[in-house]
Each structure stands twice: as structure tokens, then as C-alpha cells.
Design a protein around this ligand. Structure first.
Ligand SMILES: [Zn+2]
Length: 74
């Protein structure tokens, strides 16, 4: 769980997500910024539902559990 925090995982509703985006962006400079884009549906991330998953491709931001399950079922 500590590793999640290193990548700016924010699963709480109250804390600000803005600073976490800046920490995430340099992690994958070769890809388009997805700090506020859902990896699955390209939609804007709902900050209340934001889920960041650590994968073999690096941290992936999803707009919510919906796309989280899509990714794991794919
Ligand atoms: Zn999505």
C-alpha cells in the first residue's frame, strides 16, 4: 500500500488530487499525459472515483471501478 502512495494514489474523497498529478506525470514521459484522462475510456477522471493501478506498464489512472474491472477482464 505504501507503494501506491508513491505514485500519488488518492482514493479518498476529501484530499486534493492536483499535487498527485504532478508527481505522476514524469513517471511516463514517453506517453501522453494521462494524469486526468482515464486509461480505459479516455474520459475525464472523476476525482471521487479516481483509481490508480500499478501495472507492468506503470501506474494507470482509471476514472473508477467501472474501468478498473474492464482493464482486469481484458
Ligand atoms: Zn474510464
Amino acid at each position: 500500500m505504501a507503494k501506491w502512495k508513491e505514485f500519488g494514489v488518492d482514493l479518498s474523497e476529501s484530499s486534493s488530487a492536483a499535487p498527485t498529478f504532478e508527481r505522476l506525470a514524469p513517471a511516463k514521459p514517453d506517453e501522453r499525459p494521462k494524469d486526468n484522462i482515464c486509461y480505459m475510456c479516455d474520459g475525464d477522471n472523476n476525482l471521487k472515483m479516481l483509481v490508480t493501478v500499478q501495472t507492468d506498464k506503470g501506474p494507470v489512472r482509471l476514472c473508477g471501478p467501472h474501468c478498473y474491472f474492464i482493464m482486469y477482464s481484458a
